[in-house]
Design a protein around this ligand. Structure first.
Ligand code: SAM
Length: 302
């Protein structure tokens, strides 16, 4: 089943959380000169026009990036993220939203590598076309072509062949649609396999907070994947919707092997993000981190 199109959701509060964290993880890896690889297992279309019929259907970007666009008091990580969005909108009007592949392309250095998987044939084509246009605009031609590889196919499976990356430094973003409950299981299985192949990689998983059992249980399951540590951050912008059509109100980013800098950064940032994106009195965040010892999740006290 391939009905999910990210164009309907681009730039919403969940994308803000995901892309702020994603960009900061890349900034962390870029602190060392040694190159690193970013693998995006569920890349989407790469760039989204916010005037499209998909994006305007529920105008989800109004709950996310649009609330930050005019603000002058952005904390550094949010300013960094909004800067990436501004690079796509040089005239200052918010018309386009960058998906994770564009965010990565903006942040990576020439020596770093980007590997993108997208299963949906239409989004795969749009993604390839977006990168072709980027190459043209930026004039990097062949160099860019070598740096970024796009594959139309299953990212859960494709990841296996890429681990460990030759540089032994890498970040994997796993961001499935979760329309089918299989996705929850595949995320966990994929992480378990990936850490065996590349134990020191940083793995970032986005997930929705929904009523369904698989969603509520997933973070606790991921905490048991053997690794050096985990961090789980959740942003809730409003009370749960009364029905299935009320839209997503809460989502999380689960990081395996998080850099030590991430938790203090998020502890400072999240109250600001709750105030900026919150829609009612139930807007809140949670932030937990811990270590995994022989299959048991040990929570670290803040
Ligand atoms: N990561 C993107 C971003 O942040 O801009 C958004 C990705 S969207 C949430 C999920 C994407 O995964 C959709 O474009 C969908 O077509 C694609 N997809 C679904 N199953 C997949 C699979 N097994 N492998 C690769 N892509 C898949």
């Amino acid at each position: 089943m391939l009905s999910y199109r990210h164009a309907f959701h681009a730039g919403n509060h969940a994308d803000v959380l995901k892309h702020v964290v994603f960009i900061q993880l890349m900034r962390y890896l870029a602190q060392k000169d040694a190159p690193y690889m970013v693998i995006d297992t569920h890349a989407g279309a790469g760039v989204y026009a916010l005037a499209s019929k998909e994006a305007t259907k529920n105008a989800e970007f109004e709950s996310g990036i649009a609330r930050l666009w005019q603000r002058k008091d952005l904390p550094d990580p949010v300013a960094d993220y909004v800067g990436v969005v501004r690079a796509l909108n040089p005239d200052g009007k918010l018309r386009f939203y960058p998906g994770s592949p564009y965010c990565a392309n903006q942040v990576l250095r020439p020596e770093d590598r980007l590997r993108l998987f997208e299963l949906h044939p239409s989004d795969g084509r749009i993604l390839a076309e977006n990168f072709r246009k980027l190459e043209e605009q930026e004039g990097r031609g062949g160099a860019r072509g070598k740096r970024v590889l796009i594959q139309q196919g299953d990212g859960f499976l494709g990841l296996k062949a890429l681990l460990p990356p030759p540089s032994r430094r890498g970040l994997v973003l796993i961001d499935p649609p979760y329309e089918v409950k299989e996705d929850y299981r595949r995320v966990k299985d994929t992480l378990e396999d990936a850490v065996k192949r590349f134990a020191t990689g940083i793995y970032a998983v986005w997930y929705p907070m929904l009523q369904r059992m698989e969603s509520r249980e997933m973070p606790n399951r991921l905490k048991r994947v053997p690794a050096n540590g985990w961090l789980d951050v959740r942003l809730t912008v409003a009370a749960p919707a009364p029905d299935a059509f009320g839209g997503l109100r809460s989502s999380g980013m689960f990081i395996l092997n998080p850099p030590w800098t991430l938790e203090p950064m998020l502890r400072e940032l999240m109250p600001w993000l709750v105030a900026a994106l919150g829609q009612d009195a139930q807007a809140s965040f949670t932030l937990e981190s811990g270590q995994t010892v022989t299959g048991q999740a040990i929570r670290r006290e803040p």
